[in-house]
Design a protein around this ligand. Structure first.
Ligand code: HEM
Length: 333
């Protein structure tokens, strides 16, 4: 006997993990920007599952995404940036994130530290390394690239000085239409310059003041979302010619429901314990409309959000040309 619900969609127990663990970002039928921050590690229940129990989320795509990051960095080393004064912050991130992962995934990971000597074991990668905090060449690829090879998240490091935040280091291989090479060295306000509404609505200055006041060890998070054509994590400015053209043809493509993905970023904001640097982690999740349609409440919710979103926001997010086709398909269901 197959189990179906009244709406004739599979019961939640047979939905795949990528749907059950998906961080659904909408809390209403409409979406507007806000400084939507909440404490990290709070589990959020969705229609069909839950997400949010760990700072670093490891899922079925772990090895695949890390291989992709490695290949991108080989092709384009500019996706890793750091200004020399950020070295201590990068080590601070290593000694913060690796123990957090060992605590959350004790079956496959462990971290021990005696003085400055550390040992990191990651069975998912058959890895067992020993290194010394602060000694860059004690890690084969250097500390920042090494950390980027252990977590699926992109990372940006923001230095606090002159009562402002400065983006001074990062590994960003899965950017949603921006460039770490271009943004490194910029202030928080400058980085957010291209985003409509948020300067006038004082969201940027409120967010910056909030981040400047974070205390060492504090961890918060927020979500952000956009739409991405195909299962493509690397939609950075650097690869624009490879993906941007599809935006103008998708509305007529009969495969739109399979090709179009809701892209959700779970963004963690961590005030590193020793340096006070703000570490910004961006973990990107992609789910096609065909999967979203398996959850009727999600189907309707995204359909309404896309239909109602003001033009300036749809234009900025890059989907103004096909958002009607997408919302029509979702709402016709
Ligand atoms: C974009 C808000 C923290 C980097 C955005 C957008 C919003 C936003 C509303 C537009 C997103 C979209 O429509 O898809 C916030 C808030 C933050 C925060 C409220 C903190 C509470 C950060 C941090 C960084 C950052 C710490 C560090 C690098 C960016 C970048 C973009 C962006 C690079 C894309 C800008 C572009 O189009 O070039 N942010 N943000 N944000 N944010 Fe943030």
């Amino acid at each position: 006997m197959s189990i179906t619900t009244r709406d004739d969609h599979p019961s939640t127990s047979v939905l795949p993990e990528r749907i059950r663990r998906f961080p659904w970002p909408f809390i209403a039928e409409n979406y507007r920007y806000s400084a939507n921050v909440e404490p990290a590690n709070k589990v959020v229940k969705t229609e069909v599952g839950e997400w949010g129990s760990s700072l670093i989320d490891i899922d079925e795509y772990y090895l695949e995404e890390l291989r992709e990051r490695e290949a991108i960095l080989e092709r384009d080393p500019s996706r890793l940036q750091f200004l020399p004064h950020m070295r201590p912050a990068i080590w601070d991130a290593i000694t913060t994130l690796l123990p957090a992962m060992a605590k959350d995934y004790p079956d496959t990971m462990s971290f021990t530290k005696e003085g400055k000597r550390c040992r990191w074991r990651n069975d998912l990668q058959n890895l067992d390394v020993q290194f010394t905090v602060g000694v860059d060449d004690s890690l084969p690829m250097g500390p920042l690239r090494f950390l980027g090879s252990q977590i699926q998240d992109d990372m940006a490091f923001l230095d606090k000085r002159e009562d402002a935040l400065w983006l001074d280091a990062g590994v960003i291989t899965f950017a949603a239409d921006w460039s770490i090479g271009f943004d490194t060295g910029m202030k928080f306000h400058e980085i957010h310059g291209p985003v409509p509404r948020i300067t006038e609505e004082r969201i940027v200055s409120r967010a910056e003041q909030f981040l400047l006041r974070l205390q060492p060890g504090e961890q918060y998070r927020r979500t952000n979302w956009t739409m991405t054509i195909d299962h493509r994590l690397d939609t950075s400015t650097e690869t624009y010619p490879q993906w941007a053209h599809d935006r103008s043809t998708l509305a007529e493509d009969p495969n739109l429901p399979e090709r179009l993905h809701l892209r959700v970023e779970v963004q963690h904001l961590v005030c590193l314990p020793h340096t006070g640097t703000v570490l910004f982690l961006i973990r990107s999740y992609l789910l096609p409309l065909t999967d979203i349609a398996k959850v009727p409440a999600w189907r309707e919710n995204l359909g309404h959000v896309l239909a109602e979103l003001p033009d300036d926001m749809a234009e900025y997010k890059g989907f103004i040309r096909y958002r009607k086709a997408a919302s029509d398909w979702l709402l016709a269901g």
